[in-house]
Design a protein around this ligand. Structure first.
Ligand code: PLP
Length: 406
């Protein structure tokens, strides 16, 4: 992979016409180590956030030994990055053939579930393979209520009373039992974890089964851009949120059992930026070579303020407007689909024009992993960059949360 000091250097040297991912392995390792240092338990990286081989490899180098996986594709990706990494199969609803593959081929011994029929499914395969249930740990996934940008409890999780029954049933069969939850992605307040710990405590007290661990899931917020047009309450810094979580863990007496976290976003968001090119400017519209079916899937970029940097094409001699004037542009994606228009504008110098580049920062999470081959476009070019985005000069532009009238 070619290396550059900054994304701007890469853009000016390579003049990419296709979207270009700038991978920052040192930033990734630093953020992974930071998380492991702050969290009082084991760290299992959530592979779905970004499962690129280069990411998994760098995480292994940084000392990550456990991975949260959900599918055969993820089992294989982790195994390719490390022969010895442990995998936690934390998808509560699994195909029978995938459970068999996990147990038989990959030696996975930790899973999660939230329903008795899933217990029956797992047990059938455990029996067929003649495994001892006591060699397998099953985490019962609890429903949670909290505030995160992306709710996840609507889909998975057993209500507390139901969770008690599941824990007891698993205990009777002879499985080792733990509790897990996921408060949602990009949590907006530390209280989300406290509420979940409180209900985990409630379940523990009523189940009367010795628990072997607590998995607090992911949700830890990543750093994104700042939108000067919006008075948003600032995200609590990770140190502060973790301090609060550690206090709550002690308060609810979970500090004497093995703990696991499954961070995704907070570990990998800063590790990538994306250099896109303006294929055409039409008034206040920019047609770029990426979009919602590639790296800028609107289901998540629509809620986050992404930092961005304008990289003017040096060959363009004549420009209209004042470069100090930052104005909103509607951004249209690369495909022919009429929904491929970002719901939020990008604020850029009004001089931006056809042929210019824009580097969008902090897109490592849920961006590469969500790209599709729709319309034949599939960004897959990478370079390595050594300087963290934002430390190579102010990112003067951003993708705003403000909506824009056409
Ligand atoms: C998606 C997911 C994660 C990672 O969540 P982040 O908010 O990216 O940290 C962790 N655990 C499970 C079970 C998940 O589904």
């Amino acid at each position: 992979m070619q290396r550059f000091a900054t994304g701007t250097d890469a853009a000016l040297e390579l003049r990419p016409d296709q979207p270009l991912y700038c991978f920052r392995p040192d930033v990734l390792k630093q953020d992974a180590r930071q998380f492991m240092k702050l969290f009082p338990g084991e760290t299992a990286y959530a592979v779905k956030t970004n499962g690129e081989p280069m990411v998994l490899k760098a995480l292994v180098d940084a000392g990550v030994k456990i991975f949260d996986v959900a599918s055969p594709g993820e089992f294989a990706a982790v195994r390719a990055a490390s022969k010895t990494a442990e995998m936690l199969y934390m998808h509560p609803v699994k195909a029978q053939s995938d459970i068999r593959l996990a147990l038989e081929k990959y030696g996975i011994r930790v899973m999660s579930l939230d329903h008795e029929d899933e217990i029956a499914k797992v047990l059938r395969i455990v029996r067929a393979l003649d495994l001892d249930p006591a060699s397998i740990t099953i985490f019962v996934r609890l429903q949670t209520k909290g505030h995160a940008m992306y709710e996840l409890s609507k889909k998975f999780g057993a209500a507390p009373g139901h969770a008690v029954e599941l824990v007891q049933r698993l205990g009777r069969i002879g499985f080792k039992v733990g509790l897990c939850f996921h408060v949602g992605s990009q949590v907006e307040e530390a209280e989300s974890y406290e509420l979940a710990l409180k209900s985990a405590d409630w379940v523990r007290n009523r189940a009367g089964v010795e628990l072997v661990g607590l998995d607090v899931g992911g949700g830890f917020p990543a750093v994104y851009g700042h939108d000067p047009n919006r008075k948003a309450k600032p995200m609590p810094p990770l140190e502060e949120l973790m301090g609060k979580l550690r206090e709550n863990i002690t308060e609810w007496a979970f500090d004497d059992m093995p703990l696991v976290a499954e961070p995704g976003r907070v570990v990998v968001a800063r590790a990538f930026s994306l250099v896109v090119r303006v294929l055409l400017r039409k008034g206040r519209r920019l047609y770029i070579n990426d979009g919602i079916w590639a790296s800028l899937s609107d289901s998540w970029t629509g809620k986050i303020t992404l930092p961005a940097r304008f990289i003017p094409e040096p060959a363009r001699r004549i420009r209209k407007g004042n470069p100090a004037n930052i104005v909103p542009f509607r951004v249209c994606g690369a495909t022919c689909d009429s929904v491929d228009i970002l719901s939020r504008p990008f604020w850029l110098p009004e001089t931006v024009d056809t042929g210019d580049w824009i580097e969008i920062g902090h897109i490592g999470a849920y961006s590469l992993s969500l790209r599709t081959r729709f319309n034949g476009f599939y960004p897959n070019d990478f370079v390595e960059v050594t300087t963290p985005f934002g430390e190579d000069g102010e990112a003067e532009s951003f993708a705003s949360l403000e909506t824009m009238a056409d």
